[in-house]
Design a protein around this ligand. Structure first.
Ligand code: C2E
Ligand code: MG
Ligand code: MG
Length: 583
Protein backbone atom coordinates (compact mmCIF):
# COMPACT_ATOMS: atom_id res chain seq x y z
CA UNK A 1 0.00 0.00 0.00
CA UNK A 2 1.51 3.38 -0.95
CA UNK A 3 1.93 6.11 1.60
CA UNK A 4 -0.84 8.55 2.21
CA UNK A 5 0.96 11.20 0.16
CA UNK A 6 1.92 8.65 -2.54
CA UNK A 7 5.70 8.37 -1.61
CA UNK A 8 7.38 4.91 -1.51
CA UNK A 9 7.27 3.03 1.80
CA UNK A 10 10.54 2.51 3.68
CA UNK A 11 9.43 0.07 6.47
CA UNK A 12 6.94 -2.79 7.06
CA UNK A 13 4.00 -0.40 7.07
CA UNK A 14 5.69 1.94 4.63
CA UNK A 15 6.82 4.56 7.15
CA UNK A 16 10.07 5.46 8.90
CA UNK A 17 9.83 4.25 12.54
CA UNK A 18 9.45 7.12 14.98
CA UNK A 19 8.38 9.61 12.31
CA UNK A 20 5.24 11.77 12.52
CA UNK A 21 3.74 9.74 9.67
CA UNK A 22 4.09 6.53 11.65
CA UNK A 23 2.54 8.14 14.72
CA UNK A 24 -0.39 9.36 12.57
CA UNK A 25 -0.88 5.90 11.15
CA UNK A 26 -0.85 4.32 14.60
CA UNK A 27 -3.38 6.91 15.59
CA UNK A 28 -5.54 6.18 12.51
CA UNK A 29 -5.38 2.44 13.20
CA UNK A 30 -6.92 3.00 16.62
CA UNK A 31 -10.00 4.57 15.11
CA UNK A 32 -13.07 2.40 14.64
CA UNK A 33 -13.91 4.41 11.52
CA UNK A 34 -12.63 3.50 8.09
CA UNK A 35 -10.25 6.13 6.76
CA UNK A 36 -9.38 5.83 3.11
CA UNK A 37 -7.74 7.88 0.45
CA UNK A 38 -8.96 7.44 -3.11
CA UNK A 39 -7.57 8.81 -6.32
CA UNK A 40 -9.65 10.60 -8.90
CA UNK A 41 -10.40 7.25 -10.58
CA UNK A 42 -11.94 6.06 -7.30
CA UNK A 43 -9.11 3.55 -6.70
CA UNK A 44 -8.16 3.18 -3.04
CA UNK A 45 -4.64 4.54 -2.48
CA UNK A 46 -4.61 4.24 1.30
CA UNK A 47 -6.65 2.76 4.11
CA UNK A 48 -6.18 2.55 7.84
CA UNK A 49 -6.20 -0.94 9.34
CA UNK A 50 -7.67 -1.22 12.83
CA UNK A 51 -7.17 -4.83 14.02
CA UNK A 52 -10.17 -7.22 14.25
CA UNK A 53 -12.65 -4.78 12.81
CA UNK A 54 -15.15 -6.60 10.60
CA UNK A 55 -16.82 -3.47 9.41
CA UNK A 56 -13.52 -2.00 8.38
CA UNK A 57 -12.32 -4.98 6.38
CA UNK A 58 -15.68 -5.39 4.80
CA UNK A 59 -16.11 -1.77 3.85
CA UNK A 60 -12.69 -1.59 2.32
CA UNK A 61 -13.23 -4.83 0.42
CA UNK A 62 -16.57 -3.57 -0.87
CA UNK A 63 -15.17 -0.25 -1.94
CA UNK A 64 -12.22 -1.90 -3.63
CA UNK A 65 -14.52 -4.40 -5.29
CA UNK A 66 -17.28 -2.06 -6.34
CA UNK A 67 -16.29 0.88 -8.42
CA UNK A 68 -19.84 2.26 -8.15
CA UNK A 69 -19.68 2.33 -4.37
CA UNK A 70 -16.31 4.03 -4.38
CA UNK A 71 -17.46 6.43 -7.06
CA UNK A 72 -20.25 7.49 -4.79
CA UNK A 73 -17.64 8.68 -2.34
CA UNK A 74 -16.01 10.63 -5.06
CA UNK A 75 -19.31 12.09 -6.09
CA UNK A 76 -19.79 13.49 -2.65
CA UNK A 77 -16.57 15.43 -2.80
CA UNK A 78 -15.54 15.84 -6.36
CA UNK A 79 -18.54 15.70 -8.66
CA UNK A 80 -22.04 17.11 -8.64
CA UNK A 81 -24.60 14.81 -7.01
CA UNK A 82 -26.15 13.77 -10.26
CA UNK A 83 -26.50 10.04 -9.96
CA UNK A 84 -30.18 9.61 -10.65
CA UNK A 85 -29.76 5.86 -10.96
CA UNK A 86 -29.09 5.30 -7.29
CA UNK A 87 -31.62 2.89 -5.87
CA UNK A 88 -32.50 5.22 -3.07
CA UNK A 89 -35.92 6.51 -2.15
CA UNK A 90 -36.62 10.14 -1.54
CA UNK A 91 -35.95 9.99 2.19
CA UNK A 92 -32.65 8.27 1.66
CA UNK A 93 -31.64 10.62 -1.08
CA UNK A 94 -31.96 13.41 1.42
CA UNK A 95 -29.76 11.48 3.80
CA UNK A 96 -27.33 10.93 1.01
CA UNK A 97 -27.05 14.62 0.65
CA UNK A 98 -26.55 14.70 4.39
CA UNK A 99 -23.50 12.56 3.70
CA UNK A 100 -24.99 9.22 4.60
CA UNK A 101 -24.75 6.43 2.09
CA UNK A 102 -25.77 2.82 1.85
CA UNK A 103 -23.16 0.28 0.99
CA UNK A 104 -24.57 -2.74 -0.81
CA UNK A 105 -23.09 -5.90 0.61
CA UNK A 106 -23.33 -8.75 -1.85
CA UNK A 107 -22.52 -11.46 0.68
CA UNK A 108 -24.75 -10.22 3.52
CA UNK A 109 -28.50 -9.88 3.56
CA UNK A 110 -28.56 -6.32 4.86
CA UNK A 111 -27.12 -3.05 3.72
CA UNK A 112 -24.54 -1.08 5.67
CA UNK A 113 -25.38 2.51 6.40
CA UNK A 114 -22.34 4.76 6.42
CA UNK A 115 -21.93 8.29 7.48
CA UNK A 116 -19.26 9.94 5.38
CA UNK A 117 -16.97 12.81 6.19
CA UNK A 118 -13.77 14.07 4.66
CA UNK A 119 -12.72 16.18 1.74
CA UNK A 120 -10.70 16.45 -1.45
CA UNK A 121 -6.91 15.89 -1.43
CA UNK A 122 -4.73 18.63 -2.94
CA UNK A 123 -3.26 16.44 -5.71
CA UNK A 124 -6.64 14.89 -6.72
CA UNK A 125 -8.88 12.26 -5.15
CA UNK A 126 -10.21 12.48 -1.66
CA UNK A 127 -9.67 11.41 1.92
CA UNK A 128 -12.76 10.04 3.49
CA UNK A 129 -13.76 8.72 6.93
CA UNK A 130 -16.63 6.25 7.02
CA UNK A 131 -18.58 5.33 10.15
CA UNK A 132 -20.98 2.40 10.46
CA UNK A 133 -24.35 3.83 11.53
CA UNK A 134 -26.40 0.77 10.57
CA UNK A 135 -27.59 0.06 14.15
CA UNK A 136 -28.88 3.58 14.60
CA UNK A 137 -30.55 3.44 11.19
CA UNK A 138 -32.15 0.10 12.01
CA UNK A 139 -33.53 1.51 15.26
CA UNK A 140 -34.90 4.51 13.43
CA UNK A 141 -36.48 2.22 10.87
CA UNK A 142 -38.04 0.11 13.64
CA UNK A 143 -39.52 3.15 15.30
CA UNK A 144 -40.83 4.30 11.93
CA UNK A 145 -42.30 0.84 11.26
CA UNK A 146 -43.88 0.63 14.71
CA UNK A 147 -45.50 3.97 14.18
CA UNK A 148 -47.15 2.87 10.95
CA UNK A 149 -47.48 -0.91 11.07
CA UNK A 150 -49.14 -3.39 13.36
CA UNK A 151 -46.72 -5.77 15.08
CA UNK A 152 -49.06 -8.76 15.13
CA UNK A 153 -50.27 -8.78 11.52
CA UNK A 154 -47.49 -6.72 9.89
CA UNK A 155 -50.31 -4.82 8.16
CA UNK A 156 -50.53 -1.00 8.15
CA UNK A 157 -52.00 0.31 11.38
CA UNK A 158 -54.66 2.95 11.90
CA UNK A 159 -52.09 5.77 11.53
CA UNK A 160 -51.00 4.60 8.12
CA UNK A 161 -54.58 3.94 6.99
CA UNK A 162 -55.50 7.41 8.17
CA UNK A 163 -52.53 8.78 6.26
CA UNK A 164 -53.66 7.05 3.07
CA UNK A 165 -57.20 8.29 3.58
CA UNK A 166 -55.76 11.79 4.00
CA UNK A 167 -53.91 11.40 0.72
CA UNK A 168 -57.10 10.24 -0.99
CA UNK A 169 -58.96 13.24 0.42
CA UNK A 170 -56.29 15.60 -0.85
CA UNK A 171 -56.53 14.00 -4.30
CA UNK A 172 -60.30 14.25 -4.09
CA UNK A 173 -60.12 17.94 -3.32
CA UNK A 174 -58.15 18.39 -6.50
CA UNK A 175 -60.83 16.44 -8.36
CA UNK A 176 -58.41 13.62 -9.08
CA UNK A 177 -59.93 10.87 -7.04
CA UNK A 178 -62.78 8.59 -8.15
CA UNK A 179 -65.23 6.87 -5.83
CA UNK A 180 -63.61 5.09 -2.89
CA UNK A 181 -65.01 2.84 -0.21
CA UNK A 182 -63.73 2.66 3.33
CA UNK A 183 -64.68 -0.60 5.00
CA UNK A 184 -64.33 -1.51 8.64
CA UNK A 185 -64.50 -5.21 9.23
CA UNK A 186 -65.24 -6.68 12.63
CA UNK A 187 -65.53 -10.20 13.91
CA UNK A 188 -67.66 -10.81 17.02
CA UNK A 189 -66.27 -14.16 17.98
CA UNK A 190 -62.60 -13.11 17.79
CA UNK A 191 -62.50 -11.95 21.38
CA UNK A 192 -64.18 -15.05 22.76
CA UNK A 193 -62.09 -17.35 20.58
CA UNK A 194 -58.83 -15.88 21.83
CA UNK A 195 -59.61 -15.75 25.56
CA UNK A 196 -56.84 -17.14 27.79
CA UNK A 197 -57.19 -20.92 27.95
CA UNK A 198 -58.97 -21.14 24.60
CA UNK A 199 -55.79 -22.42 22.98
CA UNK A 200 -55.92 -19.75 20.29
CA UNK A 201 -54.02 -16.50 20.56
CA UNK A 202 -54.64 -13.22 18.74
CA UNK A 203 -51.04 -13.55 17.46
CA UNK A 204 -52.06 -16.73 15.71
CA UNK A 205 -55.51 -15.73 14.54
CA UNK A 206 -55.26 -12.13 13.40
CA UNK A 207 -52.50 -12.55 10.79
CA UNK A 208 -54.58 -15.32 9.18
CA UNK A 209 -57.60 -13.03 9.00
CA UNK A 210 -55.47 -10.21 7.63
CA UNK A 211 -54.01 -12.43 4.93
CA UNK A 212 -57.45 -13.70 3.88
CA UNK A 213 -58.62 -10.09 3.57
CA UNK A 214 -55.58 -9.11 1.56
CA UNK A 215 -56.04 -12.00 -0.81
CA UNK A 216 -59.67 -11.06 -1.39
CA UNK A 217 -59.03 -7.56 -2.69
CA UNK A 218 -56.85 -5.92 -5.30
CA UNK A 219 -53.16 -5.38 -4.46
CA UNK A 220 -53.46 -1.60 -4.75
CA UNK A 221 -56.09 -1.42 -1.99
CA UNK A 222 -55.00 -1.03 1.61
CA UNK A 223 -55.78 -3.53 4.36
CA UNK A 224 -54.96 -2.31 7.85
CA UNK A 225 -55.51 -3.45 11.39
CA UNK A 226 -57.27 -0.60 13.11
CA UNK A 227 -58.49 -2.08 16.39
CA UNK A 228 -58.17 -5.15 18.61
CA UNK A 229 -60.44 -7.22 16.34
CA UNK A 230 -61.13 -4.74 13.58
CA UNK A 231 -59.61 -4.37 10.17
CA UNK A 232 -59.92 -1.45 7.79
CA UNK A 233 -59.90 -1.68 4.00
CA UNK A 234 -59.58 1.29 1.70
CA UNK A 235 -60.88 0.41 -1.76
CA UNK A 236 -59.60 2.87 -4.32
CA UNK A 237 -60.99 3.57 -7.77
CA UNK A 238 -64.34 1.89 -7.33
CA UNK A 239 -66.48 2.35 -10.45
CA UNK A 240 -69.93 2.73 -8.87
CA UNK A 241 -71.72 2.33 -5.56
CA UNK A 242 -72.99 -1.08 -6.61
CA UNK A 243 -69.47 -2.12 -7.60
CA UNK A 244 -68.41 -1.29 -4.03
CA UNK A 245 -71.17 -3.51 -2.71
CA UNK A 246 -70.15 -6.29 -5.06
CA UNK A 247 -66.62 -6.14 -3.66
CA UNK A 248 -67.99 -6.17 -0.12
CA UNK A 249 -70.10 -9.20 -0.87
CA UNK A 250 -67.18 -10.98 -2.48
CA UNK A 251 -65.14 -10.19 0.61
CA UNK A 252 -67.91 -11.57 2.80
CA UNK A 253 -68.01 -14.78 0.81
CA UNK A 254 -64.25 -15.18 1.09
CA UNK A 255 -64.39 -14.58 4.85
CA UNK A 256 -67.30 -17.00 5.25
CA UNK A 257 -65.10 -19.92 4.23
CA UNK A 258 -64.00 -21.82 7.34
CA UNK A 259 -60.64 -20.90 8.89
CA UNK A 260 -58.34 -23.62 10.10
CA UNK A 261 -56.71 -22.25 13.23
CA UNK A 262 -56.21 -25.40 15.20
CA UNK A 263 -57.55 -28.78 14.28
CA UNK A 264 -61.17 -28.03 13.57
CA UNK A 265 -62.50 -25.55 11.01
CA UNK A 266 -63.94 -22.33 12.45
CA UNK A 267 -66.54 -20.20 10.69
CA UNK A 268 -66.38 -16.55 11.71
CA UNK A 269 -69.23 -14.05 11.69
CA UNK A 270 -67.93 -11.01 9.90
CA UNK A 271 -69.73 -7.66 9.88
CA UNK A 272 -68.75 -4.83 7.58
CA UNK A 273 -69.36 -1.10 7.94
CA UNK A 274 -69.04 0.88 4.70
CA UNK A 275 -68.58 4.60 4.14
CA UNK A 276 -68.23 5.86 0.57
CA UNK A 277 -66.02 8.83 -0.20
CA UNK A 278 -64.09 10.95 -0.71
CA UNK A 279 -66.91 13.38 -1.58
CA UNK A 280 -68.29 15.04 1.49
CA UNK A 281 -65.32 14.37 3.79
CA UNK A 282 -62.64 16.82 4.84
CA UNK A 283 -60.75 14.82 7.49
CA UNK A 284 -59.76 11.15 7.62
CA UNK A 285 -61.21 10.87 11.13
CA UNK A 286 -64.69 11.90 9.92
CA UNK A 287 -64.62 9.25 7.28
CA UNK A 288 -63.36 6.63 9.73
CA UNK A 289 -66.05 7.61 12.23
CA UNK A 290 -68.79 7.10 9.66
CA UNK A 291 -67.39 3.69 8.81
CA UNK A 292 -67.21 2.88 12.55
CA UNK A 293 -70.83 3.88 13.09
CA UNK A 294 -71.82 1.74 10.09
CA UNK A 295 -69.89 -1.20 11.54
CA UNK A 296 -71.67 -0.81 14.87
CA UNK A 297 -75.01 -1.00 13.04
CA UNK A 298 -73.93 -4.03 11.04
CA UNK A 299 -72.81 -5.76 14.23
CA UNK A 300 -76.09 -5.00 15.96
CA UNK A 301 -77.88 -6.94 13.20
CA UNK A 302 -75.43 -9.68 12.15
CA UNK A 303 -77.85 -11.16 9.61
CA UNK A 304 -77.45 -8.04 7.50
CA UNK A 305 -73.75 -8.69 7.02
CA UNK A 306 -72.95 -5.09 6.09
CA UNK A 307 -74.24 -1.60 6.64
CA UNK A 308 -73.59 1.47 4.53
CA UNK A 309 -73.22 4.90 6.15
CA UNK A 310 -76.13 6.67 4.58
CA UNK A 311 -74.96 10.24 5.04
CA UNK A 312 -72.31 10.06 2.38
CA UNK A 313 -73.05 12.23 -0.63
CA UNK A 314 -72.43 9.41 -3.03
CA UNK A 315 -75.23 7.41 -1.47
CA UNK A 316 -77.63 10.31 -1.61
CA UNK A 317 -77.03 10.63 -5.34
CA UNK A 318 -77.86 7.00 -6.11
CA UNK A 319 -81.60 6.31 -5.83
CA UNK A 320 -81.37 2.58 -6.26
CA UNK A 321 -78.74 2.36 -3.54
CA UNK A 322 -80.77 4.70 -1.37
CA UNK A 323 -83.72 2.33 -1.58
CA UNK A 324 -81.51 -0.56 -0.62
CA UNK A 325 -80.10 1.35 2.32
CA UNK A 326 -83.59 2.40 3.36
CA UNK A 327 -84.64 -1.22 3.21
CA UNK A 328 -81.79 -2.22 5.54
CA UNK A 329 -82.94 0.52 7.84
CA UNK A 330 -86.48 -0.80 7.55
CA UNK A 331 -85.48 -4.31 8.57
CA UNK A 332 -83.49 -3.03 11.51
CA UNK A 333 -85.58 -0.02 12.38
CA UNK A 334 -88.92 -1.75 12.63
CA UNK A 335 -90.56 -0.33 9.52
CA UNK A 336 -91.74 -3.66 8.16
CA UNK A 337 -95.35 -4.59 8.76
CA UNK A 338 -97.38 -7.72 8.23
CA UNK A 339 -100.86 -8.01 6.85
CA UNK A 340 -102.83 -11.20 7.12
CA UNK A 341 -105.04 -12.41 4.31
CA UNK A 342 -107.61 -15.01 5.35
CA UNK A 343 -107.71 -18.39 3.62
CA UNK A 344 -111.25 -19.74 3.79
CA UNK A 345 -113.02 -23.03 3.53
CA UNK A 346 -114.93 -22.82 0.22
CA UNK A 347 -117.94 -24.71 1.51
CA UNK A 348 -118.45 -22.89 4.81
CA UNK A 349 -116.57 -19.62 4.12
CA UNK A 350 -115.02 -20.07 7.51
CA UNK A 351 -111.48 -18.73 7.98
CA UNK A 352 -109.06 -21.64 8.31
CA UNK A 353 -105.86 -19.67 8.33
CA UNK A 354 -103.95 -16.60 7.20
CA UNK A 355 -101.21 -15.86 4.72
CA UNK A 356 -98.75 -13.36 6.17
CA UNK A 357 -97.88 -10.69 3.58
CA UNK A 358 -95.15 -8.20 4.19
CA UNK A 359 -95.49 -4.41 3.78
CA UNK A 360 -93.01 -1.60 4.24
CA UNK A 361 -94.10 1.46 6.17
CA UNK A 362 -91.70 3.78 4.36
CA UNK A 363 -90.99 7.00 6.27
CA UNK A 364 -91.45 9.16 3.16
CA UNK A 365 -93.36 7.04 0.68
CA UNK A 366 -96.02 5.50 2.93
CA UNK A 367 -97.09 1.85 2.95
CA UNK A 368 -95.27 0.04 0.13
CA UNK A 369 -96.42 -3.19 -1.47
CA UNK A 370 -93.97 -6.09 -1.61
CA UNK A 371 -93.79 -5.84 -5.38
CA UNK A 372 -91.80 -2.61 -5.00
CA UNK A 373 -89.15 -3.95 -2.66
CA UNK A 374 -89.09 -7.76 -2.74
CA UNK A 375 -87.18 -7.74 -6.07
CA UNK A 376 -84.47 -5.49 -4.56
CA UNK A 377 -84.42 -7.58 -1.44
CA UNK A 378 -83.97 -10.69 -3.59
CA UNK A 379 -81.21 -9.11 -5.62
CA UNK A 380 -79.24 -7.86 -2.65
CA UNK A 381 -79.69 -10.84 -0.37
CA UNK A 382 -81.67 -8.69 2.08
CA UNK A 383 -84.53 -11.13 1.53
CA UNK A 384 -82.74 -13.43 3.96
CA UNK A 385 -83.02 -11.24 7.07
CA UNK A 386 -86.38 -9.97 5.80
CA UNK A 387 -87.68 -13.53 5.40
CA UNK A 388 -86.65 -14.49 8.92
CA UNK A 389 -88.17 -11.32 10.28
CA UNK A 390 -91.48 -12.21 8.61
CA UNK A 391 -91.43 -15.78 9.91
CA UNK A 392 -90.64 -14.69 13.46
CA UNK A 393 -93.16 -11.83 13.51
CA UNK A 394 -95.96 -13.91 11.96
CA UNK A 395 -95.40 -16.90 14.30
CA UNK A 396 -95.26 -14.53 17.24
CA UNK A 397 -98.52 -12.84 16.24
CA UNK A 398 -100.33 -16.12 15.66
CA UNK A 399 -99.14 -17.46 18.99
CA UNK A 400 -100.39 -14.30 20.73
CA UNK A 401 -103.80 -14.80 19.14
CA UNK A 402 -103.73 -18.48 20.05
CA UNK A 403 -103.09 -17.62 23.68
CA UNK A 404 -105.70 -14.87 23.88
CA UNK A 405 -108.50 -15.83 21.47
CA UNK A 406 -110.17 -19.23 21.69
CA UNK A 407 -111.27 -18.97 18.03
CA UNK A 408 -107.64 -18.70 16.92
CA UNK A 409 -106.61 -22.05 18.39
CA UNK A 410 -106.48 -24.10 15.20
CA UNK A 411 -105.84 -21.41 12.61
CA UNK A 412 -103.03 -22.11 10.19
CA UNK A 413 -100.34 -19.69 9.14
CA UNK A 414 -98.81 -19.49 5.66
CA UNK A 415 -95.49 -17.72 5.18
CA UNK A 416 -93.76 -17.06 1.85
CA UNK A 417 -90.16 -18.13 1.50
CA UNK A 418 -87.67 -16.93 -1.04
CA UNK A 419 -85.34 -19.22 -2.91
CA UNK A 420 -82.39 -17.25 -1.48
CA UNK A 421 -83.26 -18.47 2.01
CA UNK A 422 -82.63 -22.00 0.83
CA UNK A 423 -78.97 -21.17 0.22
CA UNK A 424 -78.50 -20.87 3.96
CA UNK A 425 -76.82 -23.85 5.53
CA UNK A 426 -78.44 -23.22 8.90
CA UNK A 427 -82.04 -23.11 7.55
CA UNK A 428 -83.40 -25.96 9.67
CA UNK A 429 -81.78 -24.65 12.86
CA UNK A 430 -83.23 -21.23 12.12
CA UNK A 431 -86.74 -22.66 11.80
CA UNK A 432 -86.35 -24.60 15.02
CA UNK A 433 -85.06 -21.55 16.86
CA UNK A 434 -87.94 -19.32 15.70
CA UNK A 435 -90.60 -21.91 16.51
CA UNK A 436 -89.10 -22.49 19.93
CA UNK A 437 -88.75 -18.78 20.62
CA UNK A 438 -92.34 -17.97 19.63
CA UNK A 439 -93.92 -21.20 20.89
CA UNK A 440 -95.91 -21.58 17.64
CA UNK A 441 -96.71 -25.16 16.64
CA UNK A 442 -94.96 -26.35 13.45
CA UNK A 443 -98.10 -28.37 12.65
CA UNK A 444 -99.97 -25.13 12.02
CA UNK A 445 -97.30 -23.60 9.81
CA UNK A 446 -97.23 -23.75 6.00
CA UNK A 447 -94.31 -22.58 3.92
CA UNK A 448 -95.13 -21.22 0.47
CA UNK A 449 -92.47 -21.76 -2.18
CA UNK A 450 -92.67 -20.81 -5.83
CA UNK A 451 -91.46 -23.05 -8.62
CA UNK A 452 -88.36 -20.88 -9.00
CA UNK A 453 -86.96 -22.34 -5.78
CA UNK A 454 -87.25 -25.82 -7.18
CA UNK A 455 -85.58 -24.92 -10.46
CA UNK A 456 -82.67 -23.20 -8.75
CA UNK A 457 -81.99 -25.89 -6.19
CA UNK A 458 -83.66 -29.00 -7.57
CA UNK A 459 -81.97 -31.97 -5.92
CA UNK A 460 -80.33 -30.24 -2.99
CA UNK A 461 -83.67 -28.85 -1.83
CA UNK A 462 -85.45 -32.19 -1.49
CA UNK A 463 -83.60 -33.15 1.69
CA UNK A 464 -84.28 -29.73 3.23
CA UNK A 465 -87.97 -29.90 2.38
CA UNK A 466 -88.18 -33.38 3.85
CA UNK A 467 -86.54 -32.16 7.06
CA UNK A 468 -89.07 -29.32 7.31
CA UNK A 469 -91.87 -31.76 6.75
CA UNK A 470 -90.48 -34.12 9.37
CA UNK A 471 -90.77 -31.22 11.83
CA UNK A 472 -94.49 -31.09 11.03
CA UNK A 473 -94.32 -28.03 8.75
CA UNK A 474 -96.55 -28.19 5.67
CA UNK A 475 -95.27 -27.21 2.25
CA UNK A 476 -97.25 -25.33 -0.37
CA UNK A 477 -96.36 -24.67 -3.97
CA UNK A 478 -97.30 -21.02 -4.57
CA UNK A 479 -98.52 -19.36 -7.79
CA UNK A 480 -98.86 -22.76 -9.46
CA UNK A 481 -99.18 -22.33 -13.20
CA UNK A 482 -97.07 -19.19 -13.61
CA UNK A 483 -93.64 -20.78 -13.79
CA UNK A 484 -92.64 -23.88 -15.67
CA UNK A 485 -95.52 -25.72 -14.06
CA UNK A 486 -93.73 -28.93 -14.60
CA UNK A 487 -95.88 -31.69 -13.27
CA UNK A 488 -92.76 -33.59 -12.38
CA UNK A 489 -92.20 -31.16 -9.50
CA UNK A 490 -95.36 -32.33 -7.93
CA UNK A 491 -94.07 -35.87 -7.94
CA UNK A 492 -90.51 -35.18 -6.95
CA UNK A 493 -91.06 -32.70 -4.14
CA UNK A 494 -92.96 -33.46 -0.97
CA UNK A 495 -95.75 -30.85 -1.15
CA UNK A 496 -98.95 -30.84 0.88
CA UNK A 497 -100.80 -27.98 -0.80
CA UNK A 498 -101.07 -26.51 -4.26
CA UNK A 499 -102.02 -22.84 -4.59
CA UNK A 500 -103.47 -22.17 -8.02
CA UNK A 501 -102.37 -18.80 -9.36
CA UNK A 502 -105.02 -16.19 -9.80
CA UNK A 503 -104.42 -15.98 -13.56
CA UNK A 504 -106.23 -19.35 -13.84
CA UNK A 505 -109.15 -18.22 -11.75
CA UNK A 506 -109.54 -14.91 -13.53
CA UNK A 507 -111.89 -15.27 -16.50
CA UNK A 508 -112.24 -19.01 -15.98
CA UNK A 509 -115.97 -18.39 -16.04
CA UNK A 510 -115.74 -16.93 -19.58
CA UNK A 511 -112.75 -18.70 -21.05
CA UNK A 512 -113.54 -22.36 -21.61
CA UNK A 513 -109.89 -23.41 -22.02
CA UNK A 514 -108.98 -21.84 -18.72
CA UNK A 515 -111.83 -23.60 -17.05
CA UNK A 516 -110.61 -26.89 -18.47
CA UNK A 517 -107.10 -26.30 -17.17
CA UNK A 518 -108.42 -25.26 -13.79
CA UNK A 519 -110.49 -28.39 -13.61
CA UNK A 520 -107.51 -30.58 -14.55
CA UNK A 521 -105.27 -28.93 -11.99
CA UNK A 522 -107.81 -29.52 -9.23
CA UNK A 523 -108.16 -33.17 -10.27
CA UNK A 524 -104.43 -33.60 -10.52
CA UNK A 525 -104.00 -32.23 -7.02
CA UNK A 526 -106.59 -34.63 -5.69
CA UNK A 527 -104.90 -37.55 -7.38
CA UNK A 528 -101.62 -36.58 -5.82
CA UNK A 529 -103.24 -36.18 -2.43
CA UNK A 530 -102.63 -32.40 -2.31
CA UNK A 531 -104.94 -29.79 -0.82
CA UNK A 532 -105.90 -27.03 -3.23
CA UNK A 533 -106.11 -23.33 -2.47
CA UNK A 534 -107.42 -21.03 -5.19
CA UNK A 535 -105.78 -17.60 -5.15
CA UNK A 536 -107.37 -14.34 -6.30
CA UNK A 537 -111.03 -15.20 -5.74
CA UNK A 538 -112.52 -11.81 -6.55
CA UNK A 539 -116.11 -12.39 -7.62
CA UNK A 540 -119.16 -14.44 -6.76
CA UNK A 541 -118.76 -16.09 -10.15
CA UNK A 542 -115.22 -17.22 -9.33
CA UNK A 543 -116.48 -18.50 -6.05
CA UNK A 544 -119.38 -20.42 -7.58
CA UNK A 545 -117.10 -21.89 -10.25
CA UNK A 546 -114.50 -23.06 -7.76
CA UNK A 547 -117.12 -24.45 -5.45
CA UNK A 548 -118.56 -26.39 -8.36
CA UNK A 549 -115.10 -27.77 -9.08
CA UNK A 550 -114.96 -28.80 -5.42
CA UNK A 551 -111.87 -26.76 -4.73
CA UNK A 552 -111.50 -26.89 -0.94
CA UNK A 553 -110.02 -23.56 0.04
CA UNK A 554 -109.74 -20.10 -1.41
CA UNK A 555 -108.12 -16.76 -0.83
CA UNK A 556 -109.05 -13.47 -2.42
CA UNK A 557 -110.57 -10.06 -2.19
CA UNK A 558 -114.09 -11.54 -2.24
CA UNK A 559 -113.49 -12.97 1.21
CA UNK A 560 -111.07 -10.39 2.54
CA UNK A 561 -108.17 -8.29 1.37
CA UNK A 562 -104.92 -8.58 3.33
CA UNK A 563 -105.81 -7.20 6.78
CA UNK A 564 -103.93 -5.28 9.40
CA UNK A 565 -103.32 -7.29 12.60
CA UNK A 566 -106.16 -5.39 14.31
CA UNK A 567 -108.63 -6.13 11.51
CA UNK A 568 -107.53 -9.77 11.39
CA UNK A 569 -108.06 -10.02 15.14
CA UNK A 570 -111.56 -8.57 14.81
CA UNK A 571 -112.31 -11.13 12.10
CA UNK A 572 -111.10 -13.98 14.29
CA UNK A 573 -113.33 -12.73 17.08
CA UNK A 574 -116.37 -12.84 14.80
CA UNK A 575 -115.71 -16.48 13.93
CA UNK A 576 -117.24 -19.59 15.36
CA UNK A 577 -115.00 -22.10 17.03
CA UNK A 578 -112.09 -23.43 15.02
CA UNK A 579 -112.48 -26.42 12.74
CA UNK A 580 -108.78 -27.36 12.45
CA UNK A 581 -107.02 -29.36 15.14
CA UNK A 582 -103.41 -28.90 16.16
CA UNK A 583 -102.15 -32.24 14.82
P1 C2E B 1 -98.36 -14.26 -3.16
O1 C2E B 1 -97.62 -15.04 -2.13
O2 C2E B 1 -98.95 -15.01 -4.29
O3 C2E B 1 -99.46 -13.47 -2.36
C1 C2E B 1 -100.71 -13.25 -2.84
C2 C2E B 1 -100.79 -11.90 -3.45
O4 C2E B 1 -102.02 -11.79 -4.15
C3 C2E B 1 -100.80 -10.80 -2.41
O5 C2E B 1 -100.21 -9.67 -2.99
C4 C2E B 1 -102.27 -10.54 -2.24
O6 C2E B 1 -102.56 -9.24 -1.77
C5 C2E B 1 -102.74 -10.68 -3.66
N1 C2E B 1 -104.14 -11.00 -3.70
C6 C2E B 1 -104.87 -11.71 -2.83
N2 C2E B 1 -106.15 -11.79 -3.20
C7 C2E B 1 -106.25 -11.11 -4.36
C8 C2E B 1 -107.33 -10.85 -5.26
O7 C2E B 1 -108.46 -11.24 -5.08
N3 C2E B 1 -107.05 -10.11 -6.36
C9 C2E B 1 -105.83 -9.66 -6.62
N4 C2E B 1 -105.62 -8.96 -7.74
N5 C2E B 1 -104.76 -9.88 -5.80
C10 C2E B 1 -104.99 -10.61 -4.69
P2 C2E B 1 -99.11 -8.90 -2.23
O8 C2E B 1 -99.41 -8.86 -0.79
O9 C2E B 1 -98.92 -7.66 -2.98
O10 C2E B 1 -97.87 -9.84 -2.40
C11 C2E B 1 -97.33 -10.04 -3.62
C12 C2E B 1 -96.25 -11.07 -3.57
O11 C2E B 1 -95.15 -10.61 -2.78
C13 C2E B 1 -96.68 -12.34 -2.89
O12 C2E B 1 -97.44 -13.10 -3.74
C14 C2E B 1 -95.36 -12.95 -2.56
O13 C2E B 1 -94.80 -13.56 -3.70
C15 C2E B 1 -94.53 -11.73 -2.24
N6 C2E B 1 -94.47 -11.61 -0.79
C16 C2E B 1 -95.32 -11.02 0.06
N7 C2E B 1 -94.90 -11.16 1.33
C17 C2E B 1 -93.74 -11.86 1.29
C18 C2E B 1 -92.83 -12.35 2.26
O14 C2E B 1 -93.01 -12.20 3.47
N8 C2E B 1 -91.73 -13.03 1.82
C19 C2E B 1 -91.54 -13.28 0.50
N9 C2E B 1 -90.47 -13.95 0.14
N10 C2E B 1 -92.38 -12.84 -0.45
C20 C2E B 1 -93.48 -12.15 -0.06
MG1 MG C 1 -97.88 -16.69 -1.18
MG1 MG D 1 -99.40 -16.71 -4.64
Amino acid sequence: MPDIDGSEPTSQHGLEPGTDSERYLTFLNHLQDVVIAIDDQAAITFNNAPPDNWFHDHAVACLAFSATAAHRLLDIYLKPLAQADLPLQQARRENFQDREIILETPDRPHRIWLSVSGGPLPGGGAIVALRDISDRKQQEANVFHQGLYDDVTQLPNRNLLSDRIGFALAQGQQGRQSLMALLLIGCHQCQALTLPGSGLSPQHMLPVLGQRLKQSIRPEDTVARVGAHTFGVLLEKVATCSAAIEIVERLQQAMAEPFIFGEKPTVLDISIGIALGPLGYLHPEDWLQDAEAALAKAQAQPELGWWMAENSLQVQQDQRLQLEIDLRQAIMGNELRLQYQPIVNMQTREVIGFEALVRWQHPRQGLLSPNTFIPIAEETGLIIPLGWWVLRAACHQMQMWTETLPQAQGLRLSVNMSSKQFFQKSLIEKFKAILEETGFSPHRLSIEITEGVLIEHSDSIIATLQQLQAMGIRLSIDDFGTGYSSLSYLHRFPFNTLKIDRSFIDNADQDFDKLEILQSVVRLAWNLGLDVVAEGVETQKHYAQLKALRCESGQGNLFARPLSPEAAEALINQQGHPPVSDA
